[in-house]
Design a protein around this ligand. Sequence first.
Ligand code: FES
Ligand SMILES: [Fe+2]
Length: 350
Amino acid sequence: MEGGAAALLVPPRVRRGWFVACRSADLRARPIVTRLWGLPITLFRTEGGVGALVDRCPHRNVPLSDGTVVDGTLQCPYHGWRFRPDGACTHVPGLSGAPGKAHGASAYPVREQQGFVWIWGDPEVAPEGEPFRFRLADDPTYTTVRRTVRAEGSMHMVAENALDVPHTAFVHAGLFRNDKPERTPITCVVEREADRVVCEYVGEARPEGLVGRLLSPSGGTVTHFDRFYLPSVVEVEYRIGTENHILVDAVLTPEDDYRTVLHAVVSVRTRVPGWLLKPVVLPFALWIFRQDALLLAKQTATMQAFGEQRYASTEIDLLGPHILKLMQRAAAGRLTERQTPWRKETTLLV
Ligand code: FES
Ligand SMILES: [Fe+2]
C-alpha cells in the first residue's frame, strides 16, 4: 500500500486524556504490558503505588516488562538497572556513583480507582483533571456488572457503534428495535461542548425488543441519553417508568489504531432483584457485543482493503461525526480553544 493511502487509515490518536491501562485485579506481583496507540507500556505494582513506564529500558532497549519488582523499583533483567514508579533510575549495579536524570525511563502518570488502573496518555504533558468516575458502580442499590472485551476497530468506530441507534434494528434485530414499515418519529437533541457530545431522545417508546420487555415488562415513559466524553468514554442511559434505570459506561483504550479495548461497567436497578438479574445481564451484553464486534471487524477489513476511511453520512448519523471532530481536535492538542456550544434537533424514525 502506498504511503498516501496508508495515511488515510490513521485515526486521530488522542493522547491527552486518562485511559484505563488495566483492571486492578490483573496487576499483581509481576509486571504486565499494555499498549496505547501501538506503544508498549509496562505496568508494575510496588508498595508505594503503581508504575507505568515505556516498555523499553533506556540503557539497551530491553523490555522492562521482563524485569522484576525489587525494593519498590522495577529491575531490568539485562544489567539490573532499577527504576522507580516515577521513572527515576535509582541503581546501576557496578557503578560507583549515582545514576543521573538521563538514565531514567519515561513514566506515565497513574491513578488507581474503582477497580481500574488509569494512565495519562502523554508522558510529556502534565495531566489535566482526573480520570472518569463510574457514577453508580459503588451504589449498593444497583446491580453492577463489569466486563472487558476487545474489538477490531478504531477508537472512533467503536465509540460511534456503541452510541448508534439506527443499526440496532438490523444488527440486534429483536433485542431492542425491529425494522418495520411503520416507524414512529422521535426528536433527537444533540448538544456538543468542548469535551463532549450528548444526545437526548425525546418521545421514545419503550424498546419493544426482548431487552426492553425484560427490563420493564409494564412499559412506561422512557428517558434515553447517549453521551460521549473525551478522550474515550461512551455512556448509554435509560430510565423506563419510575423503577427502571440502566447506565452502561464503556471506557475505550486504543491498543492500536484498529484494535480497541472496551472496559464496560453496567449498572442496573429494576424491580427484578439483583441476584436474578445478574446472570441475565452478562450473557445479553456479551451477545450484543459479539454482534457489534463482527460488524466492526468487517468495517476494518474493508477500509484496509480500500486503503482509506471514507464516510457518507446523513443527519441521523447523530453522534459519529461529532465524536470524530472532538477526537481530531483533541489529537491536534486544540482542546483549550474556545468552543461555541452546538445544538441541533433532528427527527429520527424508530
Ligand atoms: S538493558 Fe536494561 S539494564 Fe542494560
Ligand atoms: Fe450495536
